[in-house]
Design a protein around this ligand. Structure first.
Ligand code: PHB
Length: 357
């Protein structure tokens, strides 16, 4: 039998009915206090037919916000707010994990009561700007974290995972991608520190592996997202394939339920193939992401190159994406103008197939 997007897949303790996953997408719809409200519950509930929803990047700790109106999971009110979302998804038969993150140097004082962002090294994001309540501004130079500050960050991720389970999530995805804190430690363009957390790959990966171990103590279902090639957020590594290969080798045995790999670069500057070396080395479930069509996804799964695909913009515009891909129905077109805008427009009003009939 050919394996494709519609073949069930075991991920940790879950049995996914299909391999059309929803990628984590920052949508900036949380309420005051970084609290997820009913609108977010409706949005995720609409997308419950995904094999697995990976809910958007969510602040593991207070004071490290990188986006306006992003959700958190560090306060009791946030945990309660998220409960609405997990109930909405589970009531429709779905499965949902929460992506937990620390924004690192991509945070801004204007989003964090004046707090200076932190990072492995005091190197700012250049060549891009950040949206704040006062408009677009340059990123600031972060403060380099001391080694003895890192246990509190590991503990913060662990507590976030505990909160996520308390809120009803089926597990968590650790955000190790896209130029946020854990990725900043991994790549040598942003990590120029010495000591146990800088220098060779095994040191740059230390914080990530400590976080995975800590989070794994809270839940059986821990995924990890990586983007070794992505140059978004001014990220660089001198050898992304070596980094990806080392990680794939050393993630075996950590109890990860899946590895979620962005295969390329948002900005198309760093070319290369990280999927093949990771597939050769990593023994667990491999989810790929970035620009897949259904045909390409089916072919890659059938060939054994990957196990599943996370769809981003296609899923935000098509609440019933699995059904559309299965039947070959036309897709709604995503509207970038409403990706981060407040309210239901461009969020919960994309039509279902049945609504169009
Ligand atoms: C974004 O909204 O631009 C964004 C958020 C989180 C990511 C990547 C991009 O990991």
């Amino acid at each position: 039998m050919t394996i494709d997007l519609f073949t069930p897949l075991a991920v940790g303790p879950l049995e996914l009915p299909n391999r059309v996953l929803m990628a984590p997408l920052t949508r900036s719809r949380a309420e005051e206090g970084h609290i997820p409200g009913p609108l977010m519950a409706e949005y995720y509930g609409q997308r419950a037919s995904a094999g697995l929803i990976i809910a958007e990047a969510t602040m593991a700790m207070e004071g490290h916000s990188a986006f306006i109106r992003e959700p958190g999971i560090h306060s009791a009110a946030q945990v309660e707010g998220w409960t609405r979302t997990t109930e909405a998804v589970h009531a429709r038969g779905g499965r949902i994990v929460l992506q937990i993150w620390h924004g690192g140097r991509a945070c801004h004082p204007l989003l964090n009561n004046g707090l200076q962002p932190v990072a492995p090294s005091a190197i700012a994001i250049s060549g891009d700007q950040i949206h704040t309540p006062q408009g677009k501004v340059d990123y600031v130079v972060p403060r380099a974290l001391a080694d003895d500050e890192l246990p509190a960050i590991v503990a913060g991720f662990r507590l976030a995972a505990r909160h996520a389970i308390a809120a009803g999530f089926d597990g968590v995805e650790v955000h190790g991608a896209n130029g946020y804190l854990l990725d900043e430690f991994l790549r040598d363009g942003s990590n120029q520190r010495g000591g146990p957390y800088g220098g060779p790959i095994e040191n740059r990966a230390r914080l990530l592996l400590e976080v995975i171990e800590a989070v794994r103590a809270e839940t059986e279902l821990v995924g990890l997202r990586l983007s070794p090639l992505n140059s978004y957020n001014a990220m660089r590594d001198s050898d992304p394939v070596a980094l990806a290969s080392w990680l794939a080798d050393h993630l075996n045995g950590t109890g990860l339920a899946y590895l979620h790999l962005m295969r390329g670069d948002f900005l198309q500057q760093q070319l290369g193939d990280v999927l093949t070396p990771v597939r050769e080395r990593f023994q667990g479930v491999l989810i790929a992401n970035m620009g897949y069509t259904a045909a390409e996804a089916n072919a890659a799964i059938a060939a054994g190159a990957i196990d599943a695909v996370a769809f981003g913009t296609a899923f935000l515009a098509n609440p019933d994406l699995p059904e559309r891909l299965r039947s070959g129905a036309p897709l709604n077109t995503p509207d970038p103008a409403t990706f981060y805008s407040p309210g239901p427009a461009g969020y919960t009003d994309y039509p279902f197939l049945s609504a169009a009939a």
